[in-house]
Design a protein around this ligand. Structure first.
Ligand SMILES: Cc1cc2nc3c(=O)[nH]c(=O)nc-3n(C[C@H](O)[C@H](O)[C@H](O)COP(=O)(O)O)c2cc1C
Length: 322
């Protein structure tokens, strides 16, 4: 049975616009392969949704090594959207993914507006695709974040995809902006069913003896527990600004992390980096989640979402600057 209703009588079901999930625990794109790699470790059918690695219109070889390194409380990666392209995905990965009876949210990245729209149209109506996530936030490809940093471009690409396909749309945003709520607002106006926040934070690791960056491509994306406070802040700001549901991503590794994101305003979460060092993390969290929701006196997951009580603004310091 899917993890929806349990011995605590807590209903874990989630609605993200037109996308219905049995529970809020998803795995983040790029951190779970195409799921087959994880089938011996994880009861895949228990997941709220699976997001396979982002696909692009054509195959991409990705960036030069090193592509990932460990950092304090996290990792820095510069994979560069290494993938075999949309047609290989449809032929080789989608049949397996759609056999899992788990919502599959296909992550897509185009180089320009037309590529996003044509990829969405290609996926529309394919069996096994529950929704698409627009990766408009990858820091590791040239021009990869334009749609996620410019509200007007974000609105245009989301509405173009919306017009081209009937699938629910998640817009995945970058934290590397001054005002993420403004970009989220634009995605909502474009017709996004949900906002996924956040992708990795742009970072740099240096080998000072060689006077070179450690990553082959120079800079990369920081992920893992190190970015959790940034992601929580982004989720809170977005959830307060718009009505469209938010999917929290960034440094989630424990039940407490999930609960923090829900209370801060996330309707669901994605777990990324933690899958690498604790592949069964999602199962442990699913086991513990109903009791934590019951502890807050709620019978539905939705009842705890966005219940964070912030202090009233200090008139001496009306902006959120510390
Ligand atoms: C090795 C690696 C590869 C990633 N590849 C993708 C990707 O293909 N598409 C995408 O949208 N996000 C990608 N991400 C970002 C994650 O999905 C997630 O947004 C980010 O890592 C923050 O979550 P976390 O701290 O739980 O990892 C990648 C992250 C890592 C660490």
């Amino acid at each position: 049975m899917v993890d929806r209703v349990n011995s605590f009588g807590v209903d874990l079901a989630v609605r993200l616009g037109r996308l219905q999930l049995p529970n809020p625990i998803m795995v983040a794109s790029g951190t779970f392969g195409y799921a087959r790699e994880m089938e011996g470790l994880v009861a895949l059918w228990r997941l709220g949704a699976i997001l396979p690695k982002t696909i692009t219109p054509r195959p991409r070889a990705g960036n030069a090594p090193w592509r990932s390194i460990e950092t304090p409380a996290g990792m820095l990666n510069s994979i560069g959207l290494d993938n075999d392209g949309i047609e290989a995905f449809i032929t080789h990965h989608l049949p397996y993914l759609s056999s899992l009876a788990v919502p599959i949210v296909v992550s897509i990245a185009g180089h320009d507006y037309g590529e996003f729209v044509s990829m969405a149209a290609r996926l529309d109506g394919l069996s096994g695709v529950a929704a698409i996530e627009l990766n408009i936030s990858c820091p590791n490809v040239s021009g990869g974040v334009d749609f996620g940093t410019d509200p007007a471009m974000c609105r245009r690409v989301v509405s173009g995809v919306r017009a081209a396909c009937g699938l629910p749309i998640l817009a995945k945003l970058t934290p590397n902006v001054t005002d993420i709520a403004r970009v989220a607002q634009a995605a909502a106006e474009g017709g996004a069913d949900a906002i996924s926040a956040v992708n990795t934070c742009l970072g740099l690791a240096v080998d000072w003896r060689r006077r070179k960056p450690l990553l082959g491509n120079g800079m990369g994306g920081l992920s893992g527990p190190a970015i959790k406070p940034i992601a929580l802040r982004a989720v809170y700001q977005i959830a307060r600004a718009i009505k469209v549901p938010v999917v929290g991503i960034g440094g989630i590794a424990t039940l407490d992390d999930v609960m923090e994101f829900l209370v801060a305003g996330a309707s669901a979460v994605q777990i990324g980096t933690a899958n690498f060092y604790n592949p069964t993390v999602t199962m442990a969290i699913l086991d513990q989640l109903p009791a934590a929701i019951a502890e807050l006196g709620a019978v539905r997951l939705a009842d705890v979402v966005g219940t964070l009580e912030m202090p009233p603004p200090n008139p001496e310091s009306p902006t959120p600057n510390p």
